[in-house]
Structures are given as C-alpha cells and as structure tokens.
Design a protein. Structure first.
Length: 68
C-alpha cells in the first residue's frame, strides 16, 4: 500500500511501528505476531515517516469516559 501511495507527489507515507507491548501489541523484525522488516528498510530508504508508538504517543487508547 505504501508503494502505491509513494507514486503520488504530495502524499503522506506513514508507518505506525507497534513498539509498545505494555499498552498494545509490539512487533518488529523478529516478532512472532508480524514482521515489519521490509517496510522499515524501504521506509528509511524512501524517507517515509515512521511513528514509534512507545516513544511518540503519550496515549494509545483514550481514557474511558466516566459514568457520572
């Protein structure tokens, strides 16, 4: 999908790198859930934005609303 998007001149190319196993799932190059090696390599090569969930996001899920 990112390769297709990359054909456009003014398109945003973002990879959400799931690195926060405490708040969500974490997967990377050697993960049993999914492997992101090709996307990370190609993204770095082509200048795509990589968002690191653990480092870049203060909240992963919104705080639940109170029942008041």
């Amino acid at each position: 999908m990112l390769q297709w998007t990359d054909r456009g001149t003014n398109s945003l190319k973002v990879i959400v790198h799931h690195t926060d196993a405490k708040r969500e799932y974490a997967y990377d190059r050697q993960s049993h859930i999914g492997q992101l090696d090709k996307a990370l390599d190609e993204g770095k090569e082509k200048g795509w934005t990589v968002i690191d969930m653990q480092r870049d996001w203060k909240h992963i899920y919104p705080t639940p609303a109170s029942d008041d």
